[in-house]
Design a protein around this ligand. Structure first.
Ligand SMILES: NC(=O)c1ccc[n+]([C@@H]2O[C@H](COP(=O)([O-])OP(=O)(O)OC[C@H]3O[C@@H](n4cnc5c(N)ncnc54)[C@H](O)[C@@H]3O)[C@@H](O)[C@H]2O)c1
Length: 310
């Protein structure tokens, strides 16, 4: 996709973090921007920032839950009714949930797959058929994570949802090419970005009434320490813009992750358990998760193992 001015962008999870960064960038590029978020106050804040920074950019903001097909379909209907087209779809809304996989509550697993995987599938089903029918150039960007490429310990629910998001996007991109569509698709795999994702995960017990387990608290608090060291969402938005222009399938935010992909592939060919990726930007130092698991080089400080049955 080369032309952005006057086109229509859709961003899910636009109330905060990367979604807000993308929405503000698309408006600055002269696009009309439709936004959805489950957090209406946060969404209104983004809308206000957009009105201030890009006063001429038409915008539509809807509260909705991307894990509910009905909300996403109603949102898509609103966007097509208002503007008659969608050119850039960013399925971005996501949540973090970690902890030992064997100790996770079914409700938590359903929650994270509902947002991080079903949110993307609902977005694809609600928007892509009409985008294909437009028969114009366009692009879909699904936000996965480096956790969609590397399966780090203590983040099983998140990793599963992000590997699935990656698979959905790779398949979508192939299907679009195979079917002769003018649309292209990219998977955004950020490393650490300075957003509210970890803080929101810490507040999950307020929704479930179940306290975080020790292992969950350990990984969530580690993420809370790491996240402020991450990239600015505005910088990520610029990287996404470049990736969409270049029609890159894989959009990485940290260059060293490309080397980690090579290492992972090499390790897998030896049938070994792949080493754990360093999450952080190299200029700011390695993350506590850096180091090998299989090679006896692990530097993970494991939390006390506690068994919680919800
Ligand atoms: N921050 C990072 O380091 C990082 C790294 C890799 C990938 N990601 C991914 O980036 C995406 C954006 O996350 P972020 O870091 O900006 O976090 P964030 O918490 O700052 O923003 C996420 C937004 O999504 C919204 N949201 C959550 N559940 C929703 C739902 N069910 N329906 C609609 N909106 C919902 C939240 O209200 C919030 O506004 C996520 O998919 C996340 O997994 C983030």
């Amino acid at each position: 996709m080369q032309e952005f001015r006057g086109k229509v962008a859709v961003v899910t999870g636009a109330g905060s973090g990367i979604g807000r960064g993308l929405a503000l960038r698309w408006a600055a590029e002269g696009m009309r921007v439709a936004m959805i978020d489950i957090d209406d106050a946060a969404l209104q804040e983004t809308a206000g920032l957009m009105a201030a920074a890009s006063p001429d950019a038409p915008q539509l903001a809807r509260r909705g839950d991307v894990s509910h097909a009905f909300d996403v379909e109603a949102f898509a209907d609103d966007v097509f009714d208002l503007w008659g087209q969608v050119d850039l779809l960013c399925n971005n809304a996501g949540v973090f949930l970690g902890g030992y996989l064997w100790d996770r509550h079914v409700e938590d697993l359903e929650h994270i797959l509902g947002v991080n995987l079903w949110g993307i599938l609902h977005g694809i089903r609600a928007f892509v058929p009409r985008m294909i029918a437009q028969d114009t150039e366009g692009h879909i960007v699904n936000t996965a994570s480096v956790s969609g490429i590397f399966g780090s310990p203590l983040a099983g629910p998140y990793n599963i949802s992000k590997f699935a998001a990656f698979a959905a996007t790779e398949t979508l991109a192939g299907d679009l090419v195979l079917s002769g569509s003018k649309l292209r698709a990219s998977v955004l795999c950020p490393g650490i970005v300075s957003t509210n994702i970890a803080t929101r995960a810490l507040h999950r017990p307020e929704e479930t009434g179940r306290p975080l387990t020790d292992d969950q608290r350990f990984v969530t608090e580690m993420l809370i320490d790491l996240v402020p060291t991450g990239l600015d969402p505005a910088e990520v938005a610029g990287i996404v813009l470049d990736g969409v222009r270049a029609e890159d399938f894989l959009i990485l935010t940290h260059g060293h992750h490309a080397e980690s992909i090579t290492s992972r592939a090499a390790e897998l060919t030896t049938r070994a358990l792949p080493s754990v990726v360093a999450y952080t930007c190299p200029v700011r130092g390695p993350s506590p998760l850096q180091g090998g698991v299989a090679g006896g080089n692990t530097r993970i400080v494991a939390p006390p193992i506690a068994v919680h049955r919800g």
